[in-house]
Ligand binder design. Sequence first.
Ligand SMILES: *[C@@H]1O[C@H](CO)[C@@H](O)[C@H](O)[C@H]1NC(C)=O
Ligand SMILES: *[C@@H]1O[C@H](CO)[C@@H](O)[C@H](O)[C@H]1NC(C)=O
Ligand SMILES: *[C@@H]1O[C@H](CO)[C@@H](O)[C@H](O)[C@H]1NC(C)=O
Ligand SMILES: *[C@@H]1O[C@H](CO)[C@@H](O)[C@H](O)[C@H]1NC(C)=O
Ligand SMILES: *[C@@H]1O[C@H](CO)[C@@H](O)[C@H](O)[C@H]1NC(C)=O
Ligand SMILES: *[C@@H]1O[C@H](CO)[C@@H](O)[C@H](O)[C@H]1NC(C)=O
Ligand SMILES: *[C@@H]1O[C@H](CO)[C@@H](O)[C@H](O)[C@H]1NC(C)=O
Ligand SMILES: *[C@@H]1O[C@H](CO)[C@@H](O)[C@H](O)[C@H]1NC(C)=O
Ligand SMILES: *[C@@H]1O[C@H](CO)[C@@H](O)[C@H](O)[C@H]1NC(C)=O
Length: 297
Amino acid sequence: MSSSPQTLMAGIQITSFIFISSVLIHTCSADDDIYSAVMPETVTALTGSCVQIPCTFTISNFEDKRNKAKSINGIWLKNTSKFAEKYSSIAFNSSKNIIRGFSDIQMTGNLSERNCTTVFYNIMMNHSDLYYFRLEMEPNVFRATFNPESDDSRKTVRITVKDSPQPPELKPTVRKVMENTTVSLSCSAEAPCPKQPPTISWSNIPESAHITTQLQEKPDKTQSVFSNMTFKASYMDHKKNISCTATYPRKTSKDSTVETTAMLQIWLQKQSQSIKRNELHLVQTWTGDSNSSGKED
Ligand SMILES: *[C@@H]1O[C@H](CO)[C@@H](O)[C@H](O)[C@H]1NC(C)=O
Ligand SMILES: *[C@@H]1O[C@H](CO)[C@@H](O)[C@H](O)[C@H]1NC(C)=O
Ligand SMILES: *[C@@H]1O[C@H](CO)[C@@H](O)[C@H](O)[C@H]1NC(C)=O
Ligand SMILES: *[C@@H]1O[C@H](CO)[C@@H](O)[C@H](O)[C@H]1NC(C)=O
Ligand SMILES: *[C@@H]1O[C@H](CO)[C@@H](O)[C@H](O)[C@H]1NC(C)=O
Ligand SMILES: *[C@@H]1O[C@H](CO)[C@@H](O)[C@H](O)[C@H]1NC(C)=O
Ligand SMILES: *[C@@H]1O[C@H](CO)[C@@H](O)[C@H](O)[C@H]1NC(C)=O
Ligand SMILES: *[C@@H]1O[C@H](CO)[C@@H](O)[C@H](O)[C@H]1NC(C)=O
Ligand SMILES: *[C@@H]1O[C@H](CO)[C@@H](O)[C@H](O)[C@H]1NC(C)=O
């Protein structure tokens, strides 16, 4: 049985495969194929909630490549940058909306605008891992995994999953203030899932307090809810425990409320000390730079 035409065909295929591969390898390692991604190094996610990974990338001559490509696909690899042999490491492939090991993943960023922002839904403990972003511009325009082992700017993101939220942060930490001065307290709670941000509430609010609350982006592009309270320090607020409570909406019966408390220490102005000492026996006062309490007896 003569199989020479088939052998010849196979030979042509192998040759063209090698040719295409070498062109690809050449293109992908050439100087004009500089690429990098920007995403947070770590994000802390909460079980039963979602987590948004803010992500953008740059690729040299992106516009040209975009015009050549018929499709742009974003892929998230879990735990390993190698996917060929370990097919199961692909958590997401936007091309056919392949989702593995998650109930839902959505690429909310527009890849044509170099935005690879992605939301992972219904987070579970086993989602804690290192994730690699991979971009494929087809047919054969650009394919690369943004792997920091080759270059610092080729980032990965580590998702750390926790069962209970982190307590909010209250700033500043020094809360010894002179009476009648304006005090600003800022309480911030991380919002890994910006579509379901935590709500913030305060207790023991001073009488003159003014509160503004809003979702704000941090330098690493992750978001936090900031609730800022300003008030005029009054001796009535001395030793008051002001607390800031964050409540996270999530699909679980687990505790979703966390609190941070601060105790105010109000210094009285010298001229009002003696008057108030007589007025309010319970109020403790400070003088000068001493923090000893001036308990009356
Ligand atoms: C991640 O990959 C390493 C090897 O690259 C392997 O030893 C480890 O078990 C993997 N972890 C998970 C959670 O799959
Ligand atoms: C993503 O899906 C497309 C289309 O199904 C496929 O051609 C491509 O190889 C996939 N990428 C990876 C890394 O599996
Ligand atoms: C995590 O656990 C759930 C439930 O046991 C399972 O369905 C899912 O595939 C797991 N995901 C990963 C990434 O291992
Ligand atoms: C990327 O897309 C996300 C989700 O649509 C959006 O919130 C964000 O502002 C975009 N980032 C940039 C830099 O355009
Ligand atoms: C993504 O961006 C491209 C280029 O700016 C635009 O043409 C396209 O409509 C956008 N796609 C979506 C879904 O917004
Ligand atoms: C709240 O205070 C913080 C820290 O001072 C500041 O970064 C933030 O911009 C403030 N936010 C609002 C809404 O005033
Ligand atoms: C405020 O908190 C401190 C420390 O937890 C506690 O010792 C003190 O009794 C509290 N003060 C009030 C007025 O509840
Ligand atoms: C602080 O403000 C109150 C009310 O405005 C005023 O009665 C008091 O005299 C002020 N105290 C000082 C020390 O300025
Ligand atoms: C003043 O405060 C410091 C720090 O809180 C404390 O270590 C010190 O004992 C206090 N001094 C007095 C006299 O109470």
